[in-house]
Ligand binder design. Structure first.
Ligand code: 5GP
Length: 237
């Protein structure tokens, strides 16, 4: 697989074309950002840790029958993925109240959410990823009602698989964000699943072991990501 020109550089990953128009290479960089890119830092090992973390999770989801764009890991920091036509909508499921939900609704952090909630956000940094709904997505052509229904169903299936996986490592999956795209007409999970885009707490102590450590300046960010990874069986060496 030949790595060709860079198509896009996001805040933490870069996307390159390959000699196959149906495949892209994702490069996980050490860069980390918060508050829509207002705070940027480079954290040693982050690219490697997130690339391995994402590969492990995507394979678990694939095994559970959830279609993902992931093909295979190519190196410490690179993975080969299907070339999706991305849908500019972020799907968020929450099992426990935290982050944006606490801020927006004034509910107590740590409150169990039963049933888990489902929210949609428009992927747009300049507008700070505003919350949207199915009606807006349909009217503005971001996704069809059928696509949205499929994205919602898949996002909840991911919850069943990953809540269990993290529970076995003594971790609570608090919330997470997924992005989907189209591959030959089918809705497929894209982007990444790593502690950058989810919240994970120690089940006993409720210690935060995800990107909130960076957002809140708690330190030990990559050490926490590696700890989570080790607990669910990822080998970083
Ligand atoms: P919140 O709405 O509480 O800020 O985010 C809910 C969940 O989705 C969190 O796990 C958060 O990490 C993830 N999330 C939401 N938007 C983004 C985003 O633009 N980038 C990343 N990396 N994660 C996001």
């Amino acid at each position: 697989m030949e790595k060709r020109q860079e198509l896009y550089a996001g805040k933490a990953k870069s996307v390159h074309a390959t000699d196959d128009p149906d495949r892209l290479i994702l490069t996980f960089r050490d860069d980390t950002s918060a508050f829509d890119g207002e705070r940027m830092e480079s954290l040693a090992r982050k690219g490697m840790v997130n690339n391995r973390f994402n590969a492990f999770i995507m394979e678990k989801l694939q095994e559970a029958g959830i279609p993902t764009h992931f093909d295979r890991r190519l190196s410490d920091t690179e993975s080969l993925v299907k070339n999706l036509e991305m849908i500019p909508v972020e799907c968020v499921v929450r099992n426990i109240a935290a982050g944006g939900l606490v801020k927006r609704l004034g509910v107590e952090e740590g409150q169990a959410l039963e049933p888990p909630t489902f929210e949609l956000f428009l992927k747009n940094d300049a507008l700070h990823d505003p919350m949207i709904n199915e009606s807006l997505a349909e009217t503005f052509g971001w996704a069809t009602p059928e696509q949205l229904a499929e994205m919602k169903a898949l996002t909840f299936r991911v919850n069943e698989v990953l809540k269990q996986l993290f529970a076995e490592g003594g971790l609570l999956l608090v919330d997470y964000k997924l992005e989907f795209g189209l591959f030959k007409g089918e809705i497929v999970l894209g982007d990444e699943f790593s502690p950058d885009g989810c919240r994970l707490w120690d089940a006993e102590t409720r210690e935060k072991l995800d990107k909130d450590r960076f957002r809140q300046g708690l330190g030990g960010v990559i050490e926490a990501y590696e700890e989570v990874g080790r607990r669910i069986g990822i080998d970083f060496d």
